[in-house]
Design a protein around this ligand. Structure first.
Ligand SMILES: CC(C)(COP(=O)(O)OP(=O)(O)OC[C@H]1O[C@@H](n2cnc3c(N)ncnc32)[C@H](O)[C@@H]1OP(=O)(O)O)[C@@H](O)C(=O)NCCC(=O)NCCS
Length: 204
């Protein structure tokens, strides 16, 4: 069992591929330099303190491919090749035909649209390659940049989940966003929205 490859790993400015063990050092470096911003709304960046932890993060991501549970993509700059962050489709459930979108980006590259661009390609993967019916995303209440990414992609706000999960030990309300396959098709049917390259992703 393994999830299929992403059909087109490049968008205009971003390359998407699976994280591999060689990324551990760079991953640790960008998480370390972005820790305060990332840690505001996610717990794991507070805990990634050494190379061993970074390697475990990568190994878990690779395991997710094999169990068909998580497709975690490294997001890299197409121009410089530097690691920008990750975008993932997690909690993939083919019975419910649903998955959960998640993402983060190094703080010094935020605010120029990289995440929205990469997430759109991952939605093509979710709705096209995997034929899912729905993608959801849960965002800590107050995480405005993340909510904005979803808004730009065309997600609908479906409600607020009370004390849904702990962030740094504090149970935190989360906005639940969702997008249906037919809504994605209607919003992003143009060729320009699709990944621009058809090469096969190298996953191992
Ligand atoms: C959320 C996150 C991934 C967004 O990444 P990004 O690459 O900056 O996203 P984009 O540039 O595609 O879009 C960000 C949008 O938020 C807006 N934004 C940023 N900070 C903002 C703020 N304080 N208030 C309002 N809008 C804000 C940007 O202007 C942009 O919207 P625009 O294109 O309409 O101007 C990034 O901020 C991040 O990594 N945050 C920490 C981790 C995190 O919260 N992950 C998500 C968990 S659900």
């Amino acid at each position: 069992m393994t999830l299929p490859a992403l059909a087109g790993p490049y968008t205009a400015r971003v390359v998407l591929r699976a994280l591999n063990p060689k990324d551990a050092r760079e991953l640790l470096a960008i998480v370390t330099s972005s820790r305060s911003e990332l840690g505001r709304f996610m717990t794991w960046p507070r805990e990634m303190m050494d190379l061993e932890h970074a390697r475990r993060f990568i190994a878990l991501g690779r395991e997710g491919w094999l169990t068909e549970r998580t497709a975690r993509f490294a997001m890299l700059s197409r121009m410089s090749g530097e690691l920008l962050g990750t975008v993932e489709l997690d909690s993939i459930d083919f019975r419910k035909s649903q998955g959960e979108l998640g993402y983060w980006i190094r703080t010094d590259r935020a605010g120029v649209g990289f995440t929205t661009e990469a997430a759109k390609a991952v939605l093509h993967y979710a709705f096209g390659t995997l034929s899912l019916n729905k993608v959801r995303a849960d965002v800590a209440v107050g995480n405005v940049p993340s909510a904005r990414v979803l808004e730009k992609l065309g997600f609908a706000l479906e409600g607020t989940l009370r004390e849904d999960r702990p962030i740094g030990g504090v149970f935190t309300d989360h906005w639940r966003f969702g997008m249906l396959a037919r809504e994605f098709t209607a919003a992003h049917a143009s060729a320009a929205a699709a990944p621009v390259n058809r090469a096969v992703i190298a996953r191992r």
